[in-house]
Design a binder for this molecule. Structure first.
Ligand code: HEM
Ligand SMILES: CC(C)=CCC/C(C)=C/CC/C(C)=C/COP(=O)(O)OP(=O)(O)O
Length: 313
């Protein structure tokens, strides 16, 4: 997490570098989004995703670059739309769109170019459905979450969080040109995981959200309600994560991994719930483990899914 301090706009003489443009794409967040895309490629292919080594490598390269460009473009538009509130929060005040280092016009052209290139590349070199799925993710994040829900309701990240569920569908559709029930489970797992991931963080930085009037759950309904909702969503996530085993889509390797990983997610959520219910105040020491583990959880769960389907199913 980057923690900065609000500063005045950068002088117009300062020149943006490629690193500044890269930062608009939210690279760290994308790394996990892309991981869910690439592991889904292997889950769909149930092996190397091509008839020859080169074919598979080509598909992985296209999906990685186009997936990055699409999610990156969504990040760029998010930073353009949110530049007024980003300027007022220490965590986001240094962004090139808020400091004025990159103009709105340049950011817009950059974001649009990334999205157009990504859509075309997925369409031409993978499948049209993969291109549509990435556009759906982009639309959900930029329009549904950022423009509509983020500033209006605490349900913002539950509904808007659907954006982050599209990357595995992009990977799956890139291989098969189709979607199935298992791909639907991958979508659902991320859908229910997102509130656990985000609300743990939102509790820590709720003062900033409050100051800029963003109605995140801890701001609107307090810590107890947030801790309870985190617990509920953690239960949904773990239950959903083991369900594909029942349908025979994955086997024991995934099953035991999902149980172990999920067990720890439940334990950390329970610990947080107990702490908050006993009157404890949200702080880094208490919230950080769940926030950080949530990301490891998702990464390892998807890895287990890919390993299982490639080696065993
Ligand atoms: C609407 C849904 C989501 C919201 C509101 C959200 C919000 C956030 C926020 C505010 C941060 C802190 C970033 C920072 O410190 O600048 C963060 C970090 C992160 N998020 Fe999410 N997130 C969401 C969904 C996702 C999804 C679906 C993924 C990947 C599958 C993801 C992966 C990450 C990663 C890897 C980080 C760590 C980034 C870092 O260390 O800088 N997030 N998230
Ligand atoms: C397939 C495809 C294109 C998917 C896009 C999915 C996507 C980009 C999800 C991002 C989730 C995320 C970082 C939310 C934080 O936004 P925020 O505005 O609450 O965070 P901030 O305050 O750090 O800007």
């Amino acid at each position: 997490m980057t923690v900065g301090t609000a500063t005045s706009p950068t002088p117009p003489t300062a020149k943006a570098t490629w690193r500044d443009y890269l930062s608009l794409t939210k690279p760290k967040v994308i790394s996990l989004l892309l991981w869910t895309t690439l592991t889904a490629v292997f889950m769909a292919a149930q092996g190397w995703p091509g008839e020859t080594f080169v074919q598979g490598l080509w598909l992985l390269t296209v999906v990685s670059l186009a997936g990055y460009a699409s999610a990156g473009s969504a990040g760029v538009f998010n930073m353009i739309i949110d530049r007024d509130i980003d300027l007022k929060m220490a965590r986001t005040a240094q962004r090139p769109t808020t400091s004025g280092l990159i103009s709105t016009r340049s950011a817009f052209i950059f974001g649009l170019a990334l999205q157009v290139l990504s859509f075309a590349a997925l369409w031409v070199w993978t499948t049209p459905l993969a291109a549509w799925m990435s556009l759906a993710g982009f639309f959900t994040y930029v329009v549904v979450y950022t423009m509509w829900l983020k500033r209006t309701t605490w349900h913002n990240i539950v509904i808007g969080g659907a954006a982050g569920c599209f990357p595995p569908l992009v990977g799956w559709a890139a291989v098969t040109g189709d979607l199935n029930l298992f791909a639907g489970f991958l979508f659902a797992i991320i859908f229910f995981w997102t509130p656990v991931h985000f609300w743990a963080l939102a509790m820590m930085i709720q003062d900033e959200y409050k100051e800029v009037g963003i109605p995140m759950l801890p701001v609107v309904h307090g810590d107890r309600m947030t801790a309870a909702q985190i617990g509920l969503y953690a239960i949904y996530t773990v239950v959903l994560s083991v369900m594909p085993v029942y349908f025979g889509a994955v086997s024991w390797l995934y099953f035991f991994s999902a149980l172990a990983l999920g067990g720890w997610l439940l334990w950390l959520s329970w610990k947080l719930y107990r702490y908050v219910m006993s009157g404890g105040h949200p702080n880094k020491k208490e919230m950080l483990p769940l926030y950080l583990y949530s990301m490891l959880y998702l990464a390892l769960l998807f890895l287990a899914g890919a390993a299982d389907r490639v080696l065993l199913t």
